[in-house]
Design a protein around this ligand. Sequence first.
Ligand SMILES: *[C@@H]1O[C@H](CO)[C@@H](O)[C@H](O)[C@H]1NC(C)=O
Ligand SMILES: *[C@@H]1O[C@H](CO)[C@@H](O)[C@H](O)[C@H]1NC(C)=O
Length: 489
Amino acid sequence: MLHYTRIAAYLSLVGPSVILAATISSTPAQTILGIGGSGAWWPHDLFRFPEATRQNLSNLLFSQDGMGLSSYRWNVGAGGVGVSNPVRAPETFYLGPGNYNWSADPQGVYFLTEASKRGVTDLTMFANSAPAPLTSGKTSCGSNFVTGSGDAYGTFLADVVEHFRNAGPNIRFISPINEPDSDFGPVPCGQEGMKVVSTQRAEVVNGLWNALNRKGLATTVGILADESNNLGSASSEYKNWLPQVIDKVAALVHHTYDFPSDASYTSYISSTKATFPNKQTWMSEICCSLGNADGSGRGWSQGYDPTIKNALMFSGLIFQSFIVAGEPHYDFWTLVSNGLGCSPLNNAACVNNPNSNGWNDGLIYYDGAYATNRNFQLYLTKRFWTYKHFGNFIKPGSQRHAITGTGATNNMIAVSTSSKYFVVAMNPTNSATSLTLTFPENVCGVASYRTSASEDFAHLGAATKSGSNWVLPLNAMSLTTYEFNRAAC
Ligand SMILES: *[C@@H]1O[C@H](CO)[C@@H](O)[C@H](O)[C@H]1NC(C)=O
Ligand SMILES: *[C@@H]1O[C@H](CO)[C@@H](O)[C@H](O)[C@H]1NC(C)=O
C-alpha cells in the first residue's frame, strides 16, 4: 500500500507519462497449482435453469473462453437438517453406514461433472458438516463432531469420493471440515456447519486417511485441512492437532476473512514454515468485502459492488496470496450468487451499480426470484473479468518469477510456461503509468488483454520493445495481462 501511495504522490507531481522500471528474476519461485472457487450454494438454483444456460454457465466458469478456472470445490451435502434456507441445504448421499443414495444431490453432481468435462484439474470435495445422523444433535448445523465418529465419517467421505471417481470426475482432494471453529447455529441456521474443536481434528484426519488407505486411495486423494476462517485461528490451533497427523495432510488450507495485512500474512507463513517445513499452505476461501482499488478499507461486510473498483480490490488480495505469501493455490468463495441486492426486472441497470443490500460473494450473479419471474439471465461483474485474467493465464504448472526493482509492486505477477511468459499487472490509481520490464532471456511480445471501467478483457496489442527491454502501459484503474513468447522476435 505504501508503495502505491508513493507512486501516486510522484505521479501527481510529474504527470501521467512516468515510466517505472523492473526486472523479472530468472529463478522460479513457486509452481502454481490452481485458481478457482466453490460450488456452494448456487448449484441448487442453477440446476433448475434451462440446459443452455447451465452449459453457458459451465463455460463461463471452466472454459478458457470464460474464466478457465483450474480448481473447483464441490460441496458434499450433509442433508441440510436444521438449515432454514433451502438453497443452502444440499442433499446427502448418506442413508446409514455403508448405505448410500447415489441419486442424491443431482445439482452438485451436475456442475462437478461439467467442471471435470472441461478439464478442471484440481477437483476438491469439501464438507461443512458430517451427515446429520453422525453429528451430536443429528442436525447439519448447530451441532458438534462426535468424538469416536471419525471412522464412520471418514468411511462416508472415502466411499463418496471412490464412487464419483469411478463415475468420471477425478476428485483429487477431500476437505472434511470447513471453518470448524463454528457450528453456524443455533437451529434454524443460515447454512450447514459442524463445530470440530481443534483437539478433535486429528481424529477426523486419521479416520479419513484410514478409509482412503483401505481403498488404496491414500496416495491419490489428498486431505486438506483445516479451512480455518482466518490466519489467526489457523496458526493458534495447529499445535492441538496438526503434529499428530502432519504426514496425512496434503496441504494446509486456510481462509483469509481477517483480510490480513502483508505483515501478518508474512508472519503466518514464516511461523507455519518454521514449525511444519515442506507443508504447503493454500488460500481456499474469501468473499464479501467493499473497500478501494488499492486495498484500503477492505474487510468483511455486506454490500454489492460490481465495478472495477471492487474487482481491483479483490485482485490485490490474489496478488497478496501469490506474491507476499508465495502460496501456490487460490480459491474465491461461491463463484455464482443471487446476492444482487436489487431486482433487475424492475431496474435493468441495477446490476451494474453498487448497492448496500447485496453481497460481493459472487463473480457471476442471477436473479434470486427466477423461480417466480422466470428471469434466467446471468450477470457478469468486473470481478468476473479480472478473475478471468488469473484463470486464463496463471495455469497449473506455470512458475512464478519474482519482479524486482524500483517499479516493482505487489500488484504484478510474472509466470512462465515452457513456451510463454505472462505478466498480469494492475494499476489501482487514477493515473496512467508504464512499466519498463527487463526479462531474464529473449522474449517477444504477442498480445495484451485489459479490463477497466470501460473494457472487459479487451484484446489489445503487444508490449513494445525499447532497447533490450519491454514497455508495458498500465492504464489508470485497470488490470492488464501481457503475453510474451519465450523466443526472440
Ligand atoms: C435419493 O435422492 C433422490 C434425489 O433427491 C430422491 O428423489 C430420492 O427420494 C432419494 N432416495 C432415498 C431413498 O432417500
Ligand atoms: C452467456 O451468458 C453471458 C452473460 O449473461 C451472455 O453475455 C452470453 O451471451 C451468454 N452466452 C450464450 C451462448 O448464451
